[in-house]
Design a protein around this ligand. Structure first.
Ligand SMILES: Nc1nc2c(ncn2[C@@H]2O[C@H](COP(=O)(O)OP(=O)(O)O)[C@@H](O)[C@H]2O)c(=O)[nH]1
Ligand SMILES: [Mg+2]
Ligand SMILES: [Zn+2]
Length: 346
């Protein structure tokens, strides 16, 4: 698994020509001499051409959030939450202060999604994140495996590590859910409201972690426990507030001890995978990968009748019918908007 993720990360880096640097410090940039006096910062929100950034400046005081616009010289380059940028201008954070983003650093990782599975237009959800915390309640509402599978694919394709974050363990145990993902060897944490967060905190330290999960799984409850100042609305309040926050798809929050970042994704219910190929999809199904290698060239893996050897592979005990079904559902949902919005995430 670790090897798979690394290999995957390398692929992604090749694709987007990323030069990784330690701890997310700024990579070299051709444009640097133009604004030698600029301050490095992290983008924490994006709202219609207006950005909130947090400068790297070391201080013991409160974090000062700065509102910024993009400089014209950046052209049409997209800026996402998690991006490392350089800013100039008024960094005081005063009510009318406006800074300017003059540089965008190369990205270590890029988490993307399509609006639905048939939408060829992919959006960048978050840049430079290390792990995807797939928040799943063990009950009320119970796990939706299709959604977990999607998140795993999205994370691996992004060069991020997927982590199962299982909540509400006071209502049901994790054994069945963990068994389903056994062969993936996903790291996992099991939590309930009020439980000791030491293990989770250790996992988050030194990393940028994106939290995803559908409504009601306890994601806001968890983020509030980690970042009390964040005041993420929970339960009914969040349902009422939903309409007013349609533009915010991700918000980066620094952990109080500054050991890392958590990124909440309130507007994201699932990951459209129109931009992900069948081969990439196999990353999330290592139990099927060797079986797929026996298929005829160009196999679409949908039917044994078309020559696919995966059914045979399952019969031989290498994986389960459930897993093969999950893989095929993800495969066939691409290109079909109906399925993307329909029962696929059950
Ligand atoms: N039984 C139980 N309920 C929880 C737990 N965590 C959160 N909840 C409840 O689940 C509901 C949804 O929580 P919320 O954090 O708003 O979920 P979100 O929609 O994922 O942000 C709220 O009523 C919470 O009080 C837990 O560990 N156990
Ligand atoms: Mg919430
Ligand atoms: Zn096949």
């Amino acid at each position: 698994m670790a090897d798979r993720t690394r290999e995957n990360r390398r692929r992604d880096e090749d694709d987007v020509r990323i030069r990784p640097t330690r701890n997310g410090s700024r990579p070299r940039s051709k444009q640097r001499p133009a604004h030698a006096e600029a301050t490095d910062a992290t983008v924490v929100t994006v709202d219609r051409g207006r950005y909130t950034v947090l400068a790297d400046t070391e201080s013991d005081g409160e974090d000062v959030l700065v509102t910024a616009m993009r400089a014209r010289e950046l052209g049409r380059k997209g800026i996402a939450v998690g991006d490392r940028v350089s800013v100039i201008g008024d960094l005081s954070g005063a009510p009318d202060a406006l800074a300017r983003i003059v540089r965008l650093s190369e990205r270590r990782t890029v988490l993307r999604r399509s609006a639905d599975d048939s939408d060829p237009f992919e959006r960048v959800v978050v840049a430079n994140a290390d792990q995807l915390m797939i928040v799943t309640a063990l009950a009320e509402p119970g796990p939706r495996f299709g959604l977990i599978d999607r998140c795993v694919v999205a994370a691996l394709t992004a060069g991020m590590e997927p982590v199962l974050c299982l909540t509400k363990s006071d209502l049901a145990g994790p054994a069945a859910t963990l068994a389903r993902y056994e062969q993936l060897e996903l790291p996992h944490v099991v939590l309930q409201r009020g439980s000791d967060l030491a293990e989770l905190r250790a996992r988050l330290a030194g990393s940028v972690s994106v939290f995803v999960g559908h409504s009601g799984v306890g994601k806001s409850t968890l983020i509030n426990a980690l970042v009390p100042d964040a005041h993420r609305a929970t339960g009914l309040v969040s349902a009422i507030g939903k309409g007013r926050h349609t533009s915010s798809s991700a918000v980066a929050l620094r952990l109080p001890d500054r050991s890392g970042w958590v990124i909440d994704t309130p507007g994201i219910r699932s990951f459209g995978l129109a931009h992900v190929g069948a081969d990439d999809m196999l990353w999330a199904f290592p139990d099927l990968e060797d079986g797929a290698a026996r298929c005829p060239p160009g196999c679409e893996h949908l039917h044994a009748a078309a020559g696919c050897r995966l059914d045979e592979w399952v019969v031989q005990g290498n994986s389960t019918a459930e897993r093969l079904d999950a893989f095929r559902r993800l495969l066939s949902s691409r290109g079909s908007a109906d399925e993307a919005h329909g029962g696929d995430d059950q």
